[in-house]
Design a protein around this ligand. Structure first.
Ligand code: GLC
Length: 720
């Protein structure tokens, strides 16, 4: 059906029918829905009539081939023009086969892996009747107090942009109309939701347009450049105006400057929230501001259906604004082939074949192993298989390892830590005692764990945050492990036995009491359905850790927001000696506990012969940086060679370093490989005072190494 035909339908639709296309409701409002729909926000009395439901354009949180087909069938029987519903849901890091949370995937620095995970998620979701996923979430995150840092791939604009593209490629493929194993992607949350003051959920975001464009917008743009079909608005203000009613951000920048003509959906209730934000006195004014900002679909509030008809009739808004929104929505339905086949890829038989298949589980296991980060290892890991092991801690036998956005994922289907270890050793060698729950415990439980540990040769501590302590609404002011778990570590430590901690958490933690006590620490994040199996692969050396932190671990919460690509200030702290009048704290260091890009391996790597092909470059003549990396250990391992660049003096203050490229290379023992990077003038551009995105001639420093701190520096000039 071509655009003209869609317009012809629109012209025949009543105003109410057009407005109905602009609302999205959760499954409870639809005939044919079961009760397992996804409710991810407040649901107050909404006054949804049958007429509204019958005119509705899209459904939130429906899944399961049978349920979706029932809802769609019942809807089409009532909809005058047979306009099919769009089925949208949060498939963020897996549908039934749950992959590591995005922050973990970001630590893999493996874009093919990320694309594969999204492709599998799309395949399982599409066969279950989902058409659109509310992913990727690409918000830049610098404050681990915020619960949703787990949903982002991290703090770096370049790395997040690459992952945004990879996820969109995986979800959408290259032909959404014909490839019914794919779903449309919806990049979120536009914009800068990851920068709430105090790390407090839904709090104010305050930043200059320059910082927004320089650091926060690139990943959204990358997703759209990769063809992402939809954009979801953020709950927060951007420069004093809530994103959902922000014409400058949405119409002027997103639609006019970037040329995005796809569907824009509000986040849950964000249209009506313009009232408490204070830019709308009532739902009518909220509807005007959101529609004028270009929001096509209002999710789960009724400002549009309650007010737009009257607003058109009294001349407050042009009906053409509604028509253009409806056209964008119908074009997406057309692109997904829904007019030809409203049931698209939904298929109960194939659903059983695809969901949680061995192939998918294998991919999830590989992804989990590559997303874990080895933070410390003093000769404890990998474990040998003939020693007595005590597995202690609240995550020893806990299925809550899927993360807060695992919706259709099931704890029962997850491979737990004890199950993973039993795949590797004689179960008679393993003793399990949780010692405490995640935030509470009893003396008896603690004593049982100490007794179990006292009998073992080596102790594995399985510790962390419940998924409820993370994710949306999961901000924490204290980012340490719960006290009871720190007490458990201290008690087990008294036994003076080798002790390795495995962490299940959704944010960088303040690891005092953990990393100074344990002999080894493996950061597993929320590793997903195959978590226990992947961790066992790593603990016993069947896989070698290769993850590198995509988000800084602070020394303490007092440092946040903390990130590697910071400004130098006018009084940088340049030595360890005490100097009062430089940028510092009296009571903690400036440096983080663990820097961006950090991660250990079971082998070691040396960097030699770092050099530049020339010491000057221009826009026509790039230069090349090359460096040799040798595996100096006795097992094969992957190294992530990282290239950062600093612009020593710009028109605007420039970060002390910015990630510009990386290469993940596999090296056999004693093998040496050369990594080379081409440095181009485009990579040196930034937003100037007038917001023009250009470069300046002058001095630059290239840094190459194993993380954002451990690097070699090479100076070069850009000349005109
Ligand atoms: C939630 C989240 C958003 C999600 C939406 C639908 O409030 O902010 O990320 O996609 O509602 O579930």
């Amino acid at each position: 059906m071509v655009e003209q035909q869609l317009n012809e339908i629109i012209q025949k639709m009543t105003l109410n029918e057009k407005i109905g296309q602009l609302i999205q409701l959760a499954t409870p409002f639809f005939k044919g829905a079961s009760d397992k729909g996804e409710i991810t926000g407040p649901m107050t009395g909404m006054g949804i009539t049958d007429e509204i439901s019958q005119n509705c354009g899209s459904v939130l949180g429906a899944s399961g081939a049978r349920e979706v087909m029932n809802i769609q069938k019942a809807h089409l029987e009532k909809n005058r023009f047979g306009i099919p519903l769009l089925m949208m849901a949060d498939i963020v890091h897996g549908f039934k086969t749950i992959f590591p949370v995005p922050l973990a995937m970001g630590c893999s620095w493996d874009l093919d892996l990320a694309e594969k995970s999204a492709e599998i998620a799309a395949k399982e979701a599409a066969v279950s009747g989902v058409h659109v996923t509310f992913a990727p979430m690409v918000d830049i995150v610098r404050d681990p107090r915020w619960g949703r840092v787990m949903e982002s791939t991290g703090e770096d604009p370049y790395l997040n942009s690459l992952f945004a593209r990879a996820f969109v490629r995986g979800f959408q493929g290259t032909n959404l109309t014909d490839d019914q194993n794919r779903v449309a992607a919806c990049v979120k949350h536009f914009a800068a939701y990851g920068a709430p003051e105090g790390g407090r959920e839904y709090n104010t975001v305050n930043m200059s347009e320059r910082q927004l464009r320089e650091s926060y917008l690139p990943p959204y743009k990358a997703a759209l450049d990769e063809g992402c079909e939809m954009v979801m608005t953020a709950f927060n203000t951007v420069d004093g105006i809530p994103a959902t009613g922000n014409k400058k951000l949405m119409r002027d920048l997103l639609r006019d400057e970037w040329g995005f003509d796809g569907v824009m959906i509000s986040d849950w209730g964000a249209v009506k929230e313009l009232i408490p934000h204070g830019i709308a006195e009532d739902s009518s004014e909220a509807a005007v501001k959101a529609l004028q900002a270009g929001v096509d679909i209002e999710m789960m509030t009724t400002c549009y259906v309650d007010n737009l008809k009257q607003l058109v009739e009294n001349g407050t808004i042009e009906e053409t604004l509604i028509d253009e929104a409806v056209l964008r929505i119908l074009k997406l339905k057309q692109k997904l082939g829904l007019f030809e086949n409203p049931y698209r890829g939904a298929d109960e038989k194939r659903e059983q074949e695809y969901i949680l298949s061995e192939e998918h589980r294998k991919a999830a296991r590989e992804a989990a192993a590559k997303s874990c980060v080895l933070l410390k290892n003093q000769s404890v890991l990998p474990l040998n298989r003939h020693q007595k092991i005590a597995l202690i801690g609240p995550f020893a036998q806990n299925g809550d390892i899927l993360g807060p956005w695992s919706w259709q994922g099931s704890y029962e289907e997850a491979v737990k830590m004890d199950e993973g270890i039993k795949m590797k050793i004689d179960p008679a060698l393993l003793t399990v005692a949780k010692g405490c729950d995640i935030e509470t415990g009893t003396e008896n439980e603690m004593n049982m764990a100490i007794n179990a540990a006292s009998e073992a040769d080596v102790i594995i501590l399985a510790l962390g945050e419940s998924s409820a302590m993370s994710g949306e609404g999961g901000s924490r002011a204290n980012i340490c492990l719960p006290d009871i778990q720190l007490q458990l570590i201290a008690e087990v430590k008294k036994l003076k036995k080798p002790m390795a901690a495995v962490l299940f958490n959704g944010r960088p933690l303040d690891l005092h009491g953990v990393i100074d006590q344990a002999d080894a620490v493996l950061e597993a994040w929320y590793p997903g359905t195959e978590g226990g199996a992947a961790i066992a692969d790593l603990l016993f050396g069947d896989a070698n850790p290769s993850g590198r932190l995509s988000m800084t671990f602070p020394y303490s919460v007092g440092q946040v927001p903390i990130y590697y690509n910071h400004f130098n200030t006018g009084r940088p702290k340049t030595s360890e000696e005490y100097v009062r009048y430089v940028t510092h704290y009296l009571d903690i260091p400036n440096e983080p506990l663990l820097p961006f890009g950090f991660g250990l391996s079971y082998t070691t790597f040396s960097y030699t012969d770092a050099m530049l092909s020339a010491d000057t470059m221009n826009s026509e003549q790039p230069i090349t940086l090359s460096v040799s990396i040798t595996n100096t250990g006795n097992v094969a391992g992957e190294e992530v060679v990282q290239l950062y660049i600093r612009d020593v003096a710009g028109e605007i203050v420039r970060p002390v370093k910015e990630l510009k490229a990386f290469k993940k290379i596999m090296l056999q023992p004693n093998e040496t490989k050369e990594a080379s990077f081409t440095i181009t003038e485009e990579q040196l551009r930034y937003h100037h005072e007038n917001l023009q995105f250009t470069s300046d001639a002058g001095t630059f420093i290239a840094f190459v190494g194993r993380n954002s701190q451990d690097v070699s520096a090479l100076t070069f000039k850009l000349v005109n």
